[in-house]
Ligand binder design. Sequence first.
Ligand code: HEM
Length: 48
Amino acid sequence: MDGFFVGKVRRGVTRNGAAYMPPFDGILQQEAVWAIKSYLETRREKPL
Ligand code: HEM
């Protein structure tokens, strides 16, 4: 799950040649990416 998350954030998400999400490699520092993930986890309604 962590590998999936960090891969999507670094490389972005493209489908059929269209960028659905821009790559954040070199834009967000590692600490910022994990801070966003930790924040999202505090908002989760049900545990995984
Ligand atoms: C301008 C900011 C952003 C935009 C426009 C954006 C947009 C999107 C979109 C449209 C998708 C779905 C792609 C699809 O349908 O396949 C997506 C997926 C995802 N985004 Fe973003 N995103 C942004 C920022 C971020 C940030 C800051 C993070 C985390 C730090 C993040 C993490 C993810 C992850 C992990 C997925 C994959 C989710 C999955 O496939 O289950 N995104 N993003």
